[in-house]
Design a protein around this ligand. Structure first.
Ligand SMILES: NC(=O)C1=CN([C@@H]2O[C@H](COP(=O)(O)OP(=O)(O)OC[C@H]3O[C@@H](n4cnc5c(N)ncnc54)[C@H](O)[C@@H]3O)[C@@H](O)[C@H]2O)C=CC1
Ligand SMILES: O=C(O)C(=O)Cc1ccc(O)cc1
Length: 364
């Protein structure tokens, strides 16, 4: 258990860490600092922090762990302002989406006997601020930690225990490796989503097509609703890696344009098949590092208490629902619910029980 943890920036990620620390009783005292009074108020009200403060210098004093959870562009200036108030033995970590610039500079700024260990929970959403925080956000997510060669093992261990404590799986890499990897799996997808939305708006009458967008447009553009200031800082602090992946992506777009303009069905098919093959390798039934999920989709009529009824039938049979999602709802007609189980046996049993109770069930 930590004695005192200070979180600077109680927004989506800082607030979620506070909620997770409190929920799991991982710290005797969690102090939240923010320049936004509303986020501080919500953090206090929701119990994400024991104490809220505008004064970072005072709040970090005596903390075992200081978590910097501001946008990346603020992290180093916040650190520079509070460094002389850090107590010997304190470990400072961050949660920023880029690591090389911050980790290199933070190591230089640190006073003696205080260590900076970079961190990045690979979990989040398109929401912003404490109002989007979630105590379960990090559950089963990867949490990348980027120690430097001279990071003392006890300092690294403190950040590892934060990651494990909030339910995540810690993985270590160098800051440069981290930045290359996230450029491909997080920063490029964000830019693609932004370009898709802006392209639609650029098309004559395009914005009027927006309501017609089916699942595909929603799925591929969800992240474009994210916080523009946060994402600006990310692109400003990972420029070479992002530029590199954009070049590769542009080549892909050029290739698609060429084969489509040429009406080359064989090549179009080859490109689509290659992507389909690789995409299917992403374990669709895995969340973070959880094992494969075994799913069923249940059709439910639109009546009060239906979810409770289904959960009750399965609960009575000792079957644990690992995940639940409402897929489609049509007012007055019902909809479908996806239920996931840890084992194929539970999946089979759940399908049988619900079918016997008269529900339509499809196993996935
Ligand atoms: N949003 C996401 O899905 C993820 C974000 N991250 C990283 O986490 C960090 C925080 O992002 P979010 O929580 O999404 O942003 P957010 O905007 O929800 O929260 C940031 C908080 O920091 C506060 N803040 C900004 N400058 C400050 C300063 N100088 N002093 C005190 N407080 C200050 C803001 O008022 C706000 O409450 C960013 O570095 C981001 O790259 C990491 C993983 C996922
Ligand atoms: O919304 C999502 O699915 C995300 O992937 C959120 C996210 C945004 C930034 C990060 O650095 C990590 C995760």
């Amino acid at each position: 258990m930590f004695n005192r943890v200070t979180i600077i920036g109680v927004g989506l990620i800082g607030g979620s860490l506070g909620l997770a620390l409190r929920r799991r009783s991982l710290a005797r005292r969690v102090v939240g600092v923010d320049k936004n009074p509303e986020n501080l108020r919500l953090a206090r009200e929701s119990g994400a922090v024991h104490e809220a403060s505008f004064d970072a210098a005072e709040a970090v004093s005596g903390s075992e762990l200081v978590i910097l959870a501001t946008p990346v562009g603020e992290t180093l200036s916040v650190l520079a302002r509070l460094k002389s108030h850090l107590s010997p033995g304190t470990v400072v970590t961050d949660v920023g989406s880029t690591k090389a610039v911050v980790c290199a500079r933070a190591a230089e700024i640190m006073p003696p006997q205080v260590w900076f260990v970079g961190g990045h929970p690979m979990a989040g959403s398109e929401y912003t601020g404490m109002a989007g925080a979630d105590p379960y956000l990090f559950e089963n997510a990867f949490y990348i930690i980027t120690p430097l060669p001279d990071t003392p093992p006890p300092a690294l261990e403190r950040v590892r225990s934060l990651a494990a404590g909030v339910g995540a799986k810690a993985v270590e890499m160098t800051p440069a490796e981290h930045d290359r990897a996230v450029a491909a799996v997080s920063h490029l997808p964000h830019l693609v989503a932004v370009a898709l939305v802006n392209a639609l708006v650029d098309l004559p009458g395009g914005e009027a097509f927006l309501p017609l967008g089916a699942g595909g447009f929603r799925d591929t553009t969800r992240v474009a609703a994210g916080n523009p200031l946060m994402w600006r800082d990310i692109f400003l602090s990972n420029t070479p890696a992002v530029a590199g992946v954009l070049t590769v992506f542009r080549r892909q777009l050029d290739q698609l344009e060429e084969v489509i303009k040429n009406g080359d069905g064989e090549k179009i098919l080859a490109l689509l098949e290659r992507a389909s093959r690789v995409r299917k390798k992403i374990p669709a039934r895995m969340r973070g590092y959880l094992g494969a999920m075994h799913e069923i989709v249940v059709g439910v009529p639109d009546r009060p208490g239906m979810i409770a009824k289904i959960a009750g039938l399965l609960g009575d049979a000792g079957i644990n629902i690992s995940d639940i999602e409402i897929l489609r709802v049509r007012e007055g007609e019902g909809g479908s619910i996806r239920l996931a189980f840890a084992t194929a046996t539970e999946q089979d049993e759940a399908a049988n029980i619900l079918r016997q109770a008269g529900y339509q069930v499809v196993k996935r």
